[in-house]
Design a protein around this ligand. Structure first.
Ligand code: ADP
Ligand code: MG
Length: 573
């Protein structure tokens, strides 16, 4: 992904660059702080179950508009309810995925489990949804919020335009005058005034200081933000419940070390770990069997170990009477069976709640054994996070279907809520083999740079971007295309800062970055009732502006947390 030359830049939380000696010292301290506070991962290149590297992080929090952050937080319970209703709409899921499952084997396997579970009736009617709605600011939004940014390309142009406007008045001869000298003097004064005005305009923009929305629009200066768009919604293995808050902990430490403790008030509270774990415990309470355990389904090797162990440790420390087990799908196949009332038993242990941190990609199912284990769990009495219908509701294809006009009305009653949710979708297009799908195909071939092509996969690294899209599409048959969806590329504003990575050169350099905010939500209920529904914290991931994707575990992204800015804030100090 490349950012255009005039991509707006959000102003920084503090003035950068830092002096080199200060930067070296605080970065070294922050690395240790990160490891010692569990902002860490296992190394992929030198894996050892006995050691950790700090997870890549951004040294100072990246700015994010407060208004948009608050909007995202406020909307989450509505998104929770939407997804809960979607998950329980058999007809919608079935028709939406009908074409996809003909060509996408993985989604078809999930759907087969769903079909079998439907045929026998759900043993457990309650589902636990722990969602994460991922979003990016869209800098191409037509509304403007003028003060909170600095334009890279816009400043000089605006200054020149202002000068030209004044000189234009002069050459138009509209100023009048009585004698030649006086005329010359007036001209001179006007040119000087124009230059001064241009200088001031430039300064005004550089300092991100006051100017009106109309003025900015007239100058053609791009907006740094105004709206955000949803990138995707995750219904399975929504990670960073620990690493989200941990990022804030590191950056809070760094800001304080740098003498900016006064800025901490603009870093929003983040109780994601507690919010998510309490969700599991609420489900455990509903299951109401004091000896039953919470089961985490894990990958064969967990690199992102802190983001799972901290959940386990939080539960064990806060609710010592609840035991947590970790098992792979293969383990469950070996050890698991159903009891008399279809309770899931691992040996003698009854399982109350299953939290899937694996099972979202084909590589997690090595053989039929793992699929059988998934089915066993789905048919059991345990409360699943997610249950199979929630998993299917989180597919890209369902997200694309939800973004179509009038679809939200099926799931949300309140017209204001429909309007608010409708606004978060950017263009999402079906590639099914029909008139609309074929038109999207043609559109993608014609202007691929505007789009991202997505399959029904999670976990990063699966999408195709921009100029690579035509080749990818041409390699597919007409029907194969229905395994994919097309989406408008979102163009987030830039931030500038230091990205700190294990093994990277010291001191870090200032780089251009873009961020993706994830808002967590917890929803518990059955087809008829929702018993718990709340927003549960957030996480911010930041990547180089030149990178297509920003997975932290994949090594491209970095932990970050939002520094909330208002449109009338003063320049950073
Ligand atoms: P996954 O399920 O693999 O996480 P995503 O839809 O979240 O798939 O895409 C992965 C990454 O690609 C995102 O985290 C984001 O960085 C980038 N991305 C996805 N969709 C868009 C988009 N519409 N515009 C810009 N970047 C996008
Ligand atoms: Mg994603």
């Amino acid at each position: 992904m490349t950012s255009e030359a005039n991509t707006p830049v959000l102003r920084n939380c503090i003035r950068l660059p830092l002096a080199e000696d200060e930067l070296l010292e605080v970065t070294a301290k922050a690395k240790d702080y990160a490891i010692m506070h569990g902002a860490a991962m296992r190394s992929k290149t030198a894996f050892s179950p006995d050691s950790l590297n700090f997870a890549p992080f951004v040294l100072v929090p990246s700015s994010f508009p407060r208004k948009e952050f608050e909007k995202a937080v406020a909307l989450q319970p509505i998104i929770n309810r939407l997804m809960h209703n979607v998950a329980h709409d058999e007809e919608f899921i079935t028709t939406t995925l009908a074409e996809t499952i003909k060509v996408d084997e993985f989604t078809a396997n999930l759907f087969n489990i769903y079909r079998k579970v439907l045929a026998h009736g759900f043993t457990q009617k309650i589902s636990l949804g722990m969602l994460r709605s991922d979003l990016m600011l869209e800098s191409g939004c037509p509304e403007l919020s003028p003060r909170a940014f600095r334009s890279k390309a816009g400043a000089d142009e605006a200054g020149t335009a202002a000068a030209a406007a004044v000189v234009g008045t002069e050459t138009d001869g509209t100023v009048g005058g009585t004698g030649e000298d006086k005329e010359k003097k007036i001209k001179k004064e006007m040119v000087a005034a124009a230059a001064e005005r241009a200088k001031n305009d430039r300064r005004e923009l550089q300092l991100s200081q006051a100017t009106t929305e109309q003025k900015m629009k007239a100058k053609g200066v791009p907006s740094a933000y105004c709206c955000w768009k949803q990138v995707e919604i995750n219904t399975i293995a929504s990670g960073f419940g620990h690493l989200g808050p941990a990022s804030k902990t590191i950056q809070r430490f760094v800001l304080s070390e740098l003498g900016h403790a006064d800025k901490l008030k603009n870093m929003p509270q983040n109780n994601a770990l507690a919010g998510l774990c309490d969700g599991m415990v609420k489900a455990w309470d509903i299951y109401a069997r004091p000896n039953a355990v919470i089961l985490f389904i894990i990958e064969d090797v967990s690199y992102n170990i802190c983001d799972q162990r901290f959940h386990e440790f939080y539960i064990r420390e806060t609710y010592p009477h609840i035991k947590v087990l970790r098992r792979t799908l293969s383990d469950v196949h070996r050890e698991g069976k159903l009891g008399q009332n279809k309770e899931l038993l691992l040996g003698q242990q009854e399982v109350a709640v299953i939290y899937f941190r694996a099972g979202y990609e084909p590589g997690h199912y090595h053989s039929q054994a793992e699929w059988d284990a998934r089915y066993l769990m789905e048919t059991s009495l345990a409360i699943k996070c997610p249950s199979i219908h929630y998993h299917l509701a989180g597919t890209k294809k369902v997200q694309q279907a939800l973004a179509q006009p009038a679809v939200l009305e099926r799931f949300i009653n309140d017209p204001e809520e429909i309007k608010a949710v409708g606004k978060i979708f950017t263009g999402l297009y079906s590639l099914d083999d029909n008139e609309a799908g074929n038109a999207s195909y043609e559109m993608a071939l014609k202007t691929p740079e505007k789009f991202v092509l997505k399959p029904q996969r999670e976990g990063g690294g699966n999408n195709v971007y921009g100029v690579d899209i035509p080749d990818a599409l041409k390699r597919m048959s007409r029907v194969e295309r229905s395994a994919w969806i097309l989406m408008d590329l979102i163009h987030p504003p830039l931030t500038k800062g230091y990205m700190v990575r294990p093994g990277a050169e010291m001191p870090p350099q200032i780089v251009d970055m873009v961020s993706e905010l994830g808002i967590f939500g917890v929803v518990i209920g059955d087809a008829d009732n929702i018993v718990h529904n709340y927003q549960a914290g957030h996480m911010l991931r930041t990547k180089l502006s030149t990178a297509n994707e920003g997975g932290v575990a994949a090594g491209l992204g970095a932990l970050d947390s939002p520094y909330l800015i208002d449109s009338d804030d003063e320049e950073e100090q």
